[in-house]
Design a protein around this ligand. Structure first.
Ligand code: GAR
Length: 215
């Protein structure tokens, strides 16, 4: 059984999608938040999953917070640490501690639109496609090896909220799929950061293009 710790900061809908996917061979060992008011914590508790809060505010430095966070994570001995809307920049030491087993979902087609406010920036740039990326986390922000991406159209009249909702639906499809690949030991990363997924079938390609509604 592979043990997974999920880190959230808020709503936790990606965490929920991963829990609801009931991935064979995986146990969600804990959900940890840096905010006590993160809505996702109640969902996890309702499912009988252990939850912890490590509030970043009392810590004097990023390093001190990350050390405390790592202690909480390590108590659950995870095989995989999944960032799911965890809105903290992590120190290099933290990232390197979980190298190769630390995943993130980002709401853009990286390397485009790293950082925040991705949907507004995509609309303003006039791109015709946008999406989500699941990648391994490395010290450079939003720049780790890309495991899979999901593409959505940017439609005339889209505002950031409408585009965010379309992307989020794909995140909920993409992230559990990638977590399952890791649980099944099907992901290899070479020295250049190239990612290979073994045995991916047609229904689980590394780039997911959603069906468009006829309307
Ligand atoms: C998701 O859209 C995720 O891609 C994004 O935050 C949202 C969290 O939603 N993450 C980032 O922007 C990371 N830089 P959720 O809490 O409902 O999963």
């Amino acid at each position: 059984m592979k043990r997974i710790v999920v880190l959230i900061s808020g709503r936790g809908s990606n965490m929920r999608a991963i829990v609801d996917a009931r991935i064979a061979g995986a146990e969600i060992a804990a959900v940890i938040s840096n905010r006590a008011d993160a809505a996702g914590l109640a969902f996890a508790q309702g499912r009988g999953i252990a939850t912890r809060v490590v509030d970043h505010r009392p810590f004097a430095s990023r390093a001190a917070f990350d050390t405390a966070l790592a202690e909480e994570i390590d108590a659950f001995a995870p095989d995989l640490v999944v960032l799911a809307g965890f809105m903290r920049v992590l120190t290099d030491d933290f990232v390197l501690r979980y190298q190769g087993r630390l995943l993130n979902v980002h709401p853009s087609l990286l390397p485009a639109f790293s950082g925040l406010d991705t949907h507004r920036r995509a609309i303003e740039a006039g791109v015709r496609v946008h999406g989500a990326t699941v990648h391994l986390v490395t010290p450079q922000l939003d720049a780790g090896p890309i495991v899979a991406q999901a593409v959505v159209p940017v439609l005339p009249g889209d505002d950031p909220a409408a585009l965010a909702a379309r992307v989020l639906r794909e995140e909920h499809r993409l992230y559990p799929q990638v977590v399952r690949w890791f649980v099944e030991d099907r992901v290899d990363v070479d020295r250049q950061g190239g990612v290979r997924v073994h045995g991916a079938g047609r229904s689980e390609q590394t780039m997911c293009v959603p069906q468009l509604d006829a309307g």
